[in-house]
Design a protein around this ligand. Structure first.
Ligand code: FAD
Length: 497
């Protein structure tokens, strides 16, 4: 069944099956030359993940730009048994959009399906196609006095289809929730080509299983998202950003609870260890210590008010911080006096990963535990990891209010990156993931499972969770044509594949 793929640009190692060739021919006929990419140079950026950790291969990338074309391709792919890897901006942190290395799947890119079909400012809703880049949606909503309240570092590349499919989070989850809360409707094509039209933003809908929610966070394993109805909020009129020094993550969480009892205008509440801040200040140009004195822990707090709202976020932060000082929770604090000072405080937070990287290689984890358990987890898990792997430095920072932190275990000083990582990464990750599960948490808070965490999910998932995941996959995609080898495998995955 395997034919040599003799296209002039194809990699010599890429074999294309007769069924793949039939699908490529079908797509070329239906989409025209623009809709089918086979040139190796043009394909190259889409064969490797954002972090350069996974290298795949694929004989072609198909790029339909209408719902009807997506449906036709899925129907034909299903009939031929050809696997497809859906792809948006290719910013996945878990190798979710990278095709398998053996060229056994084609890439289905949704980037050309990039229309914003409608913005209904009165209803606070937008309907955007899968390929719309997050930043473009932000700008379109802002032009109408509205805001799509989800943002993340990859906003210039990440697409609506990818964000829906990974149930993405970011820095505003505390107030607005993840994509699950922000998606009011979904349009998708199922693996057999059937169209699911669930775009209507129904407040009440009790027709059984919530099919839209099933597709959100499915990482492209149950079909292709083609569009979504998204909730908007009023554009930001005013914002205030504060930086607080304090003694312990538990104090930080108590402070958050105290603030929440007073207001729901807090968008972000990020925790930063003192030694990570010191790294930022020494490694990142144009950064300045936010407070005059040193502290073991810091939090960044952002409050906003929307167009037409009376609330003054700066006054709000002044009041809650005065209260925090009185209660003995804050050691020191500053409120940004200008937009550029606010940006400077956020820059400290956004530079943490880069500063950590400059201090040496680290095994990174994106984990969550119940919010109330997070302060102790941050301290205890770091201590246990450092004791178990002598010479390492463990650090946790991020979205304390969401019970979600980035947990990094940094290599001992002077350890060579490649050798250390190759020898230690898997053991360290298993150790950290065991601690997370013991604390009732999740080994993936934001980034999904993809190919990176598939084995760990299978090792640590309960039999009930794994059998439900497999049953859903088998029922909706019995021929396993949608993103095989990601999130869930129909039989336990064998290691090393
Ligand atoms: P891709 O990477 O192309 O795909 C992601 C997954 O979705 C893959 O499994 C793919 O097969 C599937 N998929 C893509 N499009 C479709 C579709 N139309 N239909 C069905 N399946 C599809 N994530 C967070 O949650 N929070 C963060 O704060 C965050 N910060 C980030 C910062 C940086 C610098 C980077 C590089 C990534 C960050 N991420 C974060 C991860 C990433 O941005 C998100 O996972 C994002 O949702 C991926 O969107 P994408 O369009 O790039 O999707």
């Amino acid at each position: 069944d395997e034919l040599a793929w003799d296209h002039r640009h194809a990699s010599p190692s890429t074999m294309v099956s007769s069924s793949q060739k039939a699908l490529i021919d079908f797509a070329r006929e239906r989409l025209g030359e623009r809709g089918v990419v086979v040139d190796r140079d043009d394909l190259a950026p889409w064969l490797t993940d954002w972090r350069g950790r996974y290298h795949g291969d694929a004989p072609a990338l198909l790029q339909p730009d209408t719902l009807a074309d997506v449906a036709a391709i899925l129907e034909r792919a299903n009939a031929l048994g050809v696997a497809l890897v859906p792809q948006g901006g290719n910013t996945s942190m878990v190798g979710g959009a990278t095709p398998p290395a053996d060229g056994s799947a084609l890439i289905l890119s949704l980037r050309r399906m990039n229309r914003i079909r409608r913005i209904d400012a009165d209803q606070n809703l937008a309907v955007a196609e899968a390929g719309v880049i997050l930043q473009n949606l932000h700008e379109a909503a802002e032009a109408q006095g509205r805001r799509f309240p989800l943002t993340l570092g990859a906003r210039g590349s990440a697409t609506i289809g990818g964000l829906v499919s990974t149930n993405a989070g970011g820095t505003q989850v505390l107030r607005h929730g993840t994509m699950r809360a922000l998606v009011a409707g979904v349009e998708a094509v199922l693996p057999d080509g059937a169209i699911h039209d669930g775009l209507a933003p129904l407040k009440k809908d009790n027709r059984g299983y919530d099919l839209n929610q099933l597709l959100i966070g499915a990482e492209g394993t149950l079909g292709i998202i083609t569009a979504a109805t998204l909730r908007l909020v009023p554009a930001i009129a005013r914002r205030a950003v504060a930086w607080v020094g304090l003694d312990h993550p538990r104090t930080a969480l108590n402070l958050l609870r105290r603030i929440e009892a007073r207001t729901d205008a807090i968008e972000s509440f990020e925790i930063i260890p003192g030694d990570s801040l010191a790294l930022v200040l020494s490694a990142i140009p144009d950064t300045r210590a936010p407070l005059a004195s040193e502290h073991r822990w810091h939090v960044l707090i952002e409050a906003v008010s929307g167009e037409g709202e009376e609330l003054d976020p700066k006054k709000l932060l002044e009041t809650v911080l005065a209260d925090a000082f009185e209660a003995g929770m804050a050691e020191d604090a500053v409120i940004a006096a200008s937009e550029s000072q606010a940006e400077a405080l956020w820059k400290l937070r956004h530079s943490l990963s880069e500063a950590e990287r400059s201090a040496g290689p680290a095994v990174q984890h994106d984990i969550s535990v119940p919010v109330a358990a997070m302060p102790d987890f941050m301290i205890d898990a770091a201590r246990e990891a450092e004791a178990r792997f002598p010479g390492t430095h463990a650090t946790a920072f991020g979205h304390l209010g969401d019970g979600n932190v980035h947990f990094h275990v940094r290599a001992p000083q002077g350890a060579g990156w490649d050798r250390w990582y190759a020898q230690e990464a898997e053991t360290i990750s298993r150790f950290v993931n065991d601690l997370v599960v013991a604390a009732g948490g999740s080994i993936s808070a934001e980034h999904g499972i993809g190919q990176m965490k598939l084995h760990e999910l299978e090792r640590l998932g309960s039999p009930a969770r794994l059998s439900m995941l497999r049953a859903v996959k088998a029922a909706i995609d019995p021929r396993a044509i949608c993103n095989p080898g990601k999130l869930v495998s129909l039989a336990p995955a064998s290691r090393g594949t």
